[in-house]
Ligand binder design. Structure first.
Ligand SMILES: CC/C=C\C/C=C\C/C=C\C/C=C/C(=O)SCCNC(=O)CCNC(=O)[C@H](O)C(C)(C)COP(=O)(O)OP(=O)(O)OC[C@H]1O[C@@H](n2cnc3c(N)ncnc32)[C@H](O)[C@@H]1OP(=O)(O)O
Length: 276
């Protein structure tokens, strides 16, 4: 039933959908060529298996409408873009669930990073780890100037490491030395710092969403053929690298996460979060 609804219909009846099926995202259309996908999984938009799968399938639905040229990724929570992977997915999981979870994250990355759509990340709130991955997978990043916000890859703070493709994406975005420093220290950058190193492209004092729509409309005016060929040129290598190592990467992730030492670290991190 859901899959037969066109994306436009989806956006026109979000309340009807949320009462029947929890989609975890809202889709709206501020102009004929622009779609907005709003993450909506309270309290912190963390990426569970269901959340990652829902985002991926909504991107694919939006992509299938030829009129839509740009996609804005944002959050229903003004303070938090996404808290990254749902850490509870990695705490004492079954191996089967953990593998399926990781495949859903790989698939979300590949879909968002290689979509024909021009993607704008509208970052109004915190964006650690998997949240930063979502933003870095977009073509353009606009962030609120709020100095209390943080964006970056803080995996080491949980006793885990970013997978090779996320490390490569970070290197491509901010350069080798900054990536090495940021990854090993698990650094979360303020918006000003993020702008300085190229982790975000613009910071905004007022309404970030309005600027994101403006940028999305600018992208939508550029001929699609040129954009798609350019994205393929810039992003194809990393996409092919991961596509060629999907199983190996699932193996690394599950082995690493299921190690007792990693489990203890994750447990401790979860406790520290709930004690705050
Ligand atoms: C060799 C390599 C092989 C394999 C690689 C291995 C792994 C690498 C994998 C992938 C890379 C990506 C990893 C990740 O994304 S891990 C997640 C990292 N995220 C964080 O560290 C963020 C943690 N959260 C926070 O810092 C704060 O919650 C935040 C600043 C976002 C919001 O603060 P606020 O004060 O507003 O809310 P809280 O009270 O802290 O949280 C509310 C509620 O939500 C729970 N929570 C928070 N974050 C998460 C999360 N990521 N997953 C699940 N649950 C989360 C928090 O515990 C609170 O719960 P409760 O106490 O029950 O209300």
């Amino acid at each position: 039933m859901l899959s037969r609804l066109s994306p436009r219909l989806l956006s026109s009846s979000p309340r009807l959908l949320s009462s029947s099926i929890r989609t975890l995202v809202n889709v709206t259309y501020p102009s004929p060529s622009v779609a907005v996908l709003e993450l909506d999984r309270p309290p912190v938009n963390s990426l569970s298996l269901e959340m990652a799968t829902s985002i991926t399938s909504h991107i694919k639905q939006i992509e299938s409408d030829p009129q839509i040229r740009s996609l804005i990724l944002t959050s229903s929570n003004p303070k938090i873009f996404s808290a990254g992977l749902d850490i509870t997915e990695m705490s004492r999981p079954s191996k089967t669930r953990l593998s399926t979870f990781w495949r859903s994250i790989q698939s979300l990355f590949l879909t968002l990073y290689s979509t024909r759509l021009s993607t704008i990340s509208c970052i109004t709130g915190h964006s650690p780890a998997g949240g930063c991955l979502l933003s870095m997978s977009c073509d353009y990043r606009v962030m609120s100037r709020n100095p209390k916000l943080g964006i970056g890859l803080n995996e080491t703070r949980l006793g885990i490491a970013a997978p090779f493709w996320l490390k490569d994406l970070f290197v491509k975005t901010v350069g080798y030395r900054e990536a090495e420093l940021g990854l090993s220290r698990g650094k979360l950058y303020s918006p000003e710092e993020a702008l300085k190193i190229g982790l975000v492209d613009e910071i905004v004092d007022g309404e970030v969403y309005d600027v994101a729509v403006e940028r999305a409309e600018e992208y939508a005016e550029i001929p699609e053929k040129g954009i798609v060929a350019t994205k393929r040129m810039c992003r194809g290598e990393l996409v092919r690298d991961l596509e060629g190592k999907i199983e190996e990467d699932v193996g690394w992730f599950t082995d690493f996460i299921l190690e007792e030492g990693t489990q203890k670290g994750i447990e401790g991190y979860l406790k520290s979060l709930s004690k705050k």
